[in-house]
Design a protein around this ligand. Structure first.
Ligand code: GLA
Length: 595
């Protein structure tokens, strides 16, 4: 039997929960092929931040045409995704009827509705198409935009446009019949329709006892939420295996710990707003989760606000910073501005090919936090070319500051030539000395591409291959510690304290939750692995190579061990169980040695 979290054994509170338990037992593994999709972070456009539910086909098509004409589509922004507002109702036969008042091309001569003409049109423009649904019975706008003119209409059952209970039929319709390529699946239907919600009290909607209690993790039901998304993922894979799945559960229900089994991207936080603080908070929510991302599985801090509010054309410094931050952590780049009102300057920011290339680097590493304070961040993202790294020097504050890194911080050699390319100023120069430093204006981010030589090409540190490290079991659940409890990090403990070396987070060390399992894909490329397990727990840790236990021992906090890994594909580090109060376990001084 797979590892079923203890919480799942709680007595289910209602029918949905009981069904979900059964589903989870049958679908708890990654669907075959899911990892092959979306090798680099998805890029595209979504109307939500610009139009909310006051969207229509003309606005979407005008923006799609501009994506093509401006060159942004060519630069990679190819998905055009519909968001909330498109449904009219669920018909008696279960089929969804589209609101043709705002999507006229969906009205077919026989009186039925279909998105096929709309999707064909986008495909004909060389674009891809995304649709939006909800994992529960009702959607987000029905709760949060109650005055919207574009809410589903009809009797209570007809207004249940969410996919719960209709997973297979909806998936066949959206991805088989209509031909959409991308699914954004929201979660308000399982969060906002408890017996006390306004719409339930006044009889507009049916009650569904919440499985997600926003910002109250201990009252959420992660295993059941996971089961529901696993169920829908299976329906999508059956209907159209190449469809991308975005799980939009806002970082709740421990979604970041399990979403990678089913989805190509998942939201790590609540909705972004077009102000500096919100942008940073959303960035932080994803930036902490380096070890969960990699080709085919991306942390999603939400759509870009470039072009809106604090990131509009009068704030080019903030607009560039926002895009740089998303690029350094390999976040999906989903634009959400009205391109019909965007100036050439904004289009140029969004279309900066060198910045996009950092986000889309084929190695798929999410940038690693080298240092983090309330005022400043420094992140480094290893690129596919050996010795090439992207660095973001981030001024979060409203004062000018100076930030810098040494070549040693980047594990680059001081010998030989190091080229530093500033991807916004376009300045390119050979580095003199061993330190790269920038004076930054308030809110400025310098995004640099450093082209040097690896200090030791035969030794690879975990911060140089984060995409090859995956958390396959989050270990002991700490729901009371909230969304900032991350079961495995580089240079930080799960609760967030830095693991310091020379005054900086030691990104060669993994801080993990007790009882967690972390898998390193060595791909038979490393002859030896060195590691110093450290923790106070009385139980032993275990190291497994390709399914075989190679070491079981108690950590003494001192000795480094050397593992012969010739021919090993996957190495698994199993942390000992601990008390619920402990700070986790350390896999210190980890290094992978080629020869
Ligand atoms: C939620 C999502 C948003 C958007 C709205 C639509 O809030 O997080 O991205 O899709 O719903 O109602």
């Amino acid at each position: 039997m797979p590892n079923i979290p203890a919480r799942l054994r709680k007595r289910p509170r209602h029918l949905v929960a009981r069904i979900a338990c059964v589903l989870l037992l049958t679908t708890y593994g990654a669907p075959a092929g899911a990892q092959a999709l979306s090798a680099t972070p998805p890029m595209g456009w979504n109307p939500w931040n610009a139009f909310r539910t006051e969207v229509d086909e003309a606005k979407i098509v005008a923006n799609a045409q501009l994506l093509v004409r401006s060159g942004l589509a060519e630069a990679g922004y190819r998905f055009v995704n519909i968001d909330d507002g498109w449904w009219l109702r669920r018909e008696a036969d279960g089929r969804i009827r589209i609101r043709t008042g705002i999507f006229p091309s969906a009205a077919l001569p026989d009186g039925t509705t279909s998105f096929r003409p709309f999707v064909d049109r986008l495909h004909g423009m060389g674009l891809k198409a995304g649709i939006y649904t909800d994992i529960g019975r009702n959607n987000c706008a029905q709760h949060w935009d109650r005055d919207s003119p574009n809410l589903p209409a009809g009797e209570q059952r007809e207004r249940e446009v969410g996919t719960l209970g209709y997973q297979d039929a909806d998936a066949r319709l959206f991805f088989g019949e209509w031909g959409f390529d991308y699914a954004k699946v929201d979660a308000c239907g399982i969060a906002d329709y408890g017996p006390d919600s306004v719409g339930v009290r006044d009889g507009t909607y049916r009650s569904l006892s919440p499985l997600i209690a926003r910002k109250a993790p201990a009252r959420s039901e992660p295993a059941i939420v996971e089961a529901l998304y696993a169920r829908y993922a299976r329906a999508i894979r059956t209907a159209a295996p190449g469809t991308l799945l975005e799980i939009c559960a806002w970082g709740e229900a421990e979604v970041g710990n399990w979403a990678g089994r089913y989805a190509q991207l998942w939201r790590t936080s609540s909705d972004i707003r077009s102000n500096w603080g919100s942008m940073l908070a959303n960035f932080d929510s994803a930036a902490r989760r380096t070890l969960f991302a990699g080709p085919g599985r991306w942390n999603h801090p939400d759509m870009l606000e470039v072009g809106n509010g604090d990131f509009d054309v009068t704030h080019p410094v903030e607009a560039r910073a926002h895009l740089s931050l998303w690029a350094i952590i390999a976040a999906p780049l989903i634009l959400s501005l009205d391109l019909t009102r965007a100036s050439p300057e904004l289009i140029a920011i969004l279309g900066n090919r060198e910045v996009i290339a950092i986000d889309q680097d084929p190695a798929g590493h999410q940038g690693v936090i080298l240092s983090h304070t309330a005022e400043a961040d420094i992140l480094v993202k290893p690129l596919a070319r050996l010795g090439h790294k992207a660095v973001a020097l981030v001024n979060r504050s409203t004062r000018p500051i100076t930030l810098g890194v040494d070549l040693a911080d980047l594990r680059l050699s001081p010998r030989g030539t190091t080229i530093v390319r500033d991807l916004w100023s376009k300045d390119v120069a050979a580095l003199r000395g061993t330190r790269i430093e920038r004076r930054l204006a308030p809110h400025e981010t310098a995004l640099l591409r450093i082209e040097g030589q690896a200090a030791d090409p035969d030794t690879v540190f975990p911060d140089e291959m984060p995409a090859a490290i995956a958390v396959i079991d989050a270990g002991q659940a700490m729901p009371d510690r909230g969304r900032n409890w991350i079961p495995a990090r580089l240079g930080f403990r799960p609760a967030g304290e830095p693991i310091l070396r020379n005054g900086r987070p030691d990104t060669g060390t993994l801080g993990v939750a007790s009882g967690s399992r972390v898998r390193i894909t060595l791909a038979k490329r490393f002859r030896r692995v060195e590691i110093a397990p450290a923790g106070s727990s009385g139980t032993p840790y275990t190291i497994v190579a390709d399914g075989r236990v190679v070491l079981r021992a108690k950590a003494d906090g001192r000795s480094a061990i050397r593992l012969n890994t010739a021919g090993v594909d996957k190495l698994e580090l199993q942390a000992p169980a601990g008390s619920t109060a402990d700070a986790g376990f350390l896999w210190s001084d980890l290094r992978m040695i080629r020869r």
